[in-house]
Design a protein around this ligand. Structure first.
Ligand code: NDP
Length: 291
């Protein structure tokens, strides 16, 4: 069997086009242009790159973006004051605080300072709590997990009653994606570094979400024939044949899995492009809600 490729680039382009259309309508009908404020503390080069990519993506769909940089030495009070100032601004509909924050800052307190209606990253403890509660609706869902669900929807995967296995239990990917799958009536198993007999657990999955951060850990014979595989992992490995000397691979051994799975996301070009697209969608929604 050769798995169908789930084309994250194409699906993300579709989401971005939907957002661009929504932005245009909001500007035309209500005179509101969505605005996203990106708060960057310290000088982590990867964080700078992510913020730059997010701001560029905003510009492409007509969302205004505002960048705020604080030094790594910024105090808790300074970071929270900036967030509170942004909560009060009418031209800022969404606030993203780029994580990780430098050591010494209380991440939970900073995320809690973001106004619930501007929490476009979906990391506010209240939004996360609502995600976990039956009958409650979070205002926003974190972008990467939301992107995984959209990929499954676009692939036409029936989640109700499916056995889903999530590898990883982080706050930003594993746990929220597991909660979203439960909301879609899947039967969910969450695995982590202490899980026993991992290959056997993975073999029970009709739907597998891998968010571990270990290059090509999931082997082809771990996968149930015909399963749908969403690979969130982005791991850089040496590759002397590549110009840069390295390349990106997922948490799944793609070359093996593609012969067993029914459908699979590539890395790169799977979940990655969805993350920014879903952030843009959340920002548009925040602006629509403000109207
Ligand atoms: P974290 O490091 O926060 O979490 C990793 C999770 O994997 C933990 O729950 C950990 O278990 C579990 N884990 C680690 N080793 C093993 C193992 N050997 N067996 C089973 N479980 C294990 O990572 P993130 O959730 O932030 O990210 C996961 C991956 O997704 C990374 O590669 C990251 O780069 C990528 N990513 C990609 C994004 C995208 O847009 N494409 C966005 C965000 C992340 P325990 O809890 O026990 O420690």
């Amino acid at each position: 069997m050769t798995a169908t490729l789930i084309d994250g680039k194409a699906i993300a382009a579709k989401v971005r086009a939907e957002v661009a259309e929504g932005v245009e309508r909001l500007v035309a009908e209500r005179g509101i242009r969505p605005g996203l404020a990106a708060v960057l503390v310290g000088d982590n080069p990867a964080s700078h790159t992510y913020v730059r990519m997010k701001r560029k993506a905003c510009a492409e769909v007509g969302i205004e973006s505002f960048g705020f940089e604080l030094p790594a030495t910024a105090s808790q009070h300074e970071v929270e004051s900036l967030v509170r100032d942004l909560n009060a601004r009418d031209d800022v509909h969404g606030i993203l605080v780029q994580l990780p924050l430098p050591a010494g800052l209380d991440e939970e307190a900073v995320l809690s300072a973001v106004g619930l209606n501007k929490d476009v990253d979906g990391f506010h403890p209240m939004n996360m709590g609502r995600l976990a509660q039956k009958g409650r609706e979070p205002l926003f869902v974190p972008a990467t997990p939301a992107g995984c669900i959209r990929l499954l929807e676009e692939t036409g995967v029936k989640l109700s009653g499916a056995n889903a296995v999530v590898l990883g239990r982080s706050n930003i990917v594993g746990m929220p994606v597991a909660l979203l799958l439960v909301r879609q009536d899947a039967t969910v198993t969450i695995c982590h570094s202490r899980t026993k007999n991992l290959p056997d657990v993975v073999r029970s999955a009709d739907v597998l979400i891998a968010a571990v951060g270990r290059a090509q850990m999931v082997k082809g014979d771990w996968i149930k024939p015909g399963a749908v595989v969403i690979d969130v992992g982005t791991n850089r490995v040496d590759d002397p044949s590549a110009k840069s000397g390295s390349r990106l691979v997922g948490d799944v051994d793609f070359d093996q899995a593609v012969g067993v799975a029914g459908a699979i996301t590539p890395v790169p070009g799977g979940v990655g492009p969805m993350t920014i697209a879903m952030l843009l969608q959340n920002t548009l929604r925040a602006a629509q809600n403000s109207a």
